[in-house]
Design a protein around this ligand. Structure first.
Ligand SMILES: *Cc1c(COP(=O)(O)O)cnc(C)c1O
Length: 401
């Protein structure tokens, strides 16, 4: 199944998307840029994760939670009517059907289980729109852990429903009043808080960002998306592997997890960013939140605030492994506007009866555009990860439609 197919480009056996190089490097990106006490805490997480990931007992316990609680495996749905209209064969990996409605649950269950194994009794998390906060609060409730979620004051005002959800689940939501009072500041504050609480708390980062081992660990917890899809494609497609694998990119966790299942195949990997949050497509080298990666910056190196209609793509940077995949040419990164994403969400709703999250609609918007302009040749097979469901975006869409 993993052989190179006839008539396709051979895949270099370079171990892409394996274990990172020494000191958590992906090429020139990654690393562990943190105060001394957090370097030590990250080292402990790294050691615990390596041991857990090599332990069939841990893997089995996580697989069971994913099955009996999160609803895995998620289906691979052929998008029949839309495929016909676009002239390609589009398959959707349905992360929208998981418990809590997005891929974020895969990561938080992994980290919560790891925290338990490390003897921690509390999870610390940052959240922007509240999606990762809700997922963390969910996993904490399930495993009997406390949860403290840092959230910018502006986001708290904008996302009242998710704030209520977190409190309903028993989490403490801490308002962050610094800076722009949004995700970037909440992340800085969560890291600062962890410095004083490393003994009893695990910092549960929500994407493939932050200091080593987080980018690698979160990708491994999301790999289940790509591994499942790989098996499902093998059963569904004559060629076994789709021509293109597409996912939206905020920090990049659903894309990384999806890509990981296909890194050793000839499939072309495409990450779709928001026009106003294009860290991989337009970022410059910098260091933020513990790692070296690509960030949107002005000429003085100040981080530029990201803007996207999709809250989950509203991050000015991208995970270090995506920066590396871009440099290697193994994945390409493209951007989509707010309007294109809204149009794609409506189209999916009306052709397939699926209302996608606006984040996921970005990936679809690129598929629609690329099928139209020949970037996706007629008859191509496309696997797209549908990272989440659109219920959370109903009020945004209601204003526009
Ligand atoms: C948070 C979120 C994203 C963006 O996060 P990644 O780490 O890039 O995957 C995408 N889609 C949905 C539905 C989300 O909730």
């Amino acid at each position: 199944m993993r052989d190179v197919l006839p008539g396709r480009e051979p895949v270099p056996p370079d171990g892409t998307m394996g274990v990172p190089q020494a000191r958590g490097r992906f090429g020139e990106y990654g690393g562990r840029y943190a105060p001394e006490s957090l370097v030590e805490a990250c080292r402990e997480v790294d050691e615990a994760f390596r041991a857990a990931w090599a332990d069939p007992g841990f893997r089995g316990a996580l697989a069971r939670l994913l099955a009996v609680y999160a609803g895995r495996p998620t289906p691979l749905t052929p998008a029949h009517r839309l495929s016909e209209a676009l002239g390609v064969r589009l398959y959707l990996k349905r992360e929208d059907l998981t418990h809590t409605g997005s891929h974020k649950i895969n990561n938080v269950l992994g980290q919560a289980l790891l925290a338990t194994r490390m003897g921690r009794r509390r999870l610390i998390a940052e959240t922007g729109a509240g999606q990762h906060g809700v997922a963390t609060a969910t996993a904490a409730a399930l495993l009997g852990l406390e949860a403290t979620v840092f959230m910018g004051e502006r986001d708290i005002e904008r996302q009242a429903l998710n704030v209520f959800r977190m409190r309903m689940l028993g989490a403490e939501v801490v308002p962050v009043t610094a800076g722009s009072r949004t995700l970037k500041d909440a992340t800085s504050e969560a890291m600062r808080h962890w410095v004083g609480a490393t003994g009893d708390s695990h910092y549960c980062i929500g994407s493939v960002v932050g200091p080593d081992p987080y980018p690698w660990m979160v990708r491994e917890f999301q790999r289940v998306i790509g591994d499942e899809a790989r098996g499902q494609c093998a059963a569904e497609l004559r060629t076994g592997v789709p021509d293109h694998v597409v996912a939206c990119v905020g920090g990049g966790s659903n894309a990384a997890g999806t890509f990981a299942g296909f890194a050793d195949t000839p499939a072309r990997l495409v990450g779709v960013e928001a026009e106003g949050g294009a860290g991989a497509a337009r970022g410059r080298l910098g260091v933020m939140h513990g790692c070296r990666s690509l960030f949107l910056q002005d000429d003085d190196g100040q981080i530029i605030q990201a803007h996207s209609i999709a809250a989950g793509l509203d991050y000015p940077g991208v995970g270090p492994e995506h920066a590396h995949l871009r440099d290697l040419g193994r994945a390409r990164y493209v951007t989509v506007t707010d309007d294109e994403a809204v149009g794609a969400a409506v189209r999916l709703a009306r052709t397939e009866g699926i209302v996608p999250a606006l984040e996921s609609a970005h990936a679809l918007a690129w598929v629609i555009r690329a099928a139209g302009d020949g970037d996706l040749p007629a008859g191509s097979t496309v696997l797209m990860t549908l990272s989440g469901r659109g219920d959370k975006d109903a009020s945004t869409l209601k204003e526009l439609l």
